[in-house]
Ligand binder design. Structure first.
Ligand code: PXL
Length: 282
């Protein structure tokens, strides 16, 4: 048996369960070898006050060159949080190479939530992220990120009677940019949290909902993208993979809400890792 390899391009935040501290355990439990390419190293994610941040831009190229010299190939490249737009310029040729090799390219344009860019993200980064999304075969923006990437107005979508139609229109725009499929995450509707799956330009949109916990948890998008990535590599269709992911994320979020005071500390997925591990060969 060969263990499939994933290049995980994301930040390493020491505290707060997001990015690589989510992807590495989740995807390892699901049976994959995760090779991290850190975009930044932080003491904690930027939802906490005054994190120590070390930018890794100057070392990205060196990582990729060394990996190439080792002759490494990847079943998947998964990109998340970027420190700046130069990082996207460096990653573009890497994603192109993965595309030539037929590898899965999952781009999670992690840069905003609840209508606002993260503290460290700039409008220039939004443009750069759009270039990476165009090279993805699956992109997983949340509603805020979808609006930023397509020029939509977040406030006009939230709570609108025709929010589904608006989301579907914006998701189609991303497909027009070159991206193969889109999963729009975290569309809130009463006590349901919905995700819009657009598997291809010809496919009708499918909405997958789960029970919403009325609290914010950091790193939810990272957990979603990581579990989704695992199920896609396990051969599930996009819709099947999204259904399994929504079930896992909603259940672990509900459990965390019972156990943990601070949402910034992320989703306590650790007690559930064994389930992903047992499901490895299903
Ligand atoms: O989970 C998104 C995320 C990733 N990485 C860093 C962040 C955040 C959200 O705040 O600060 C460094």
């Amino acid at each position: 048996m060969e263990v499939q390899r994933i290049a995980a391009v994301n930040d390493l935040s020491g505290f707060g369960r997001c990015s690589l501290t989510v992807s590495i355990p989740i995807l390892s439990a699901m049976g994959f070898q995760v090779c991290p390419l850190p975009t930044a190293v932080l003491s904690a994610h930027t939802g906490y006050p005054n994190p120590l941040v070390r930018d890794f831009t100057d070392d990205l190229e060196g990582f990729l060159t060394h990996w190439e010299s080792l002759g490494l190939t990847f079943a998947c490249g998964y990109t998340g949080y970027l420190g700046n737009e130069r990082q996207a310029d460096i990653l573009e040729p890497f994603l192109r190479r993965l595309r030539e090799q037929g590898a899965l390219r999952l781009v999670d344009p992690a840069m905003a939530d609840h209508g606002k860019l993260y503290a460290s993200c700039t409008p220039g980064l939004v443009q750069a992220m759009a270039r990476l999304v165009a090279l993805a075969n699956v992109a997983t923006p949340n509603l805020t990120e979808l609006c930023l990437l397509t020029g939509g107005e977040y406030a006009a979508v939230c709570g609108a009677a025709n929010y589904r139609e608006q989301v579907e229109r914006m998701a189609r725009k991303l497909l027009d940019s070159g991206c193969g499929a889109v999963v729009v995450t975290g569309v809130e509707s009463g006590d349901i949290i919905e995700n819009c799956v657009l598997a291809s330009a010809d496919a009708p949109p499918v909405w997958v909902g789960g029970h919403r916990v009325d609290r914010h948890f950091a790193g939810t998008g990272d957990l979603f993208a990581s579990v989704l990535c695992g199920w896609l590599l396990r051969g599930k269709t996009l819709e099947q993979a999204v259904r399994k992911t929504v079930e896992f994320v909603c259940r672990t979020t509900a459990a965390t809400a019972e156990w943990q005071e601070n949402g910034q500390d992320g989703i306590a997925f650790e007690p559930f890792l064994c389930e992903l591990s047992e499901a490895r060969f299903l």
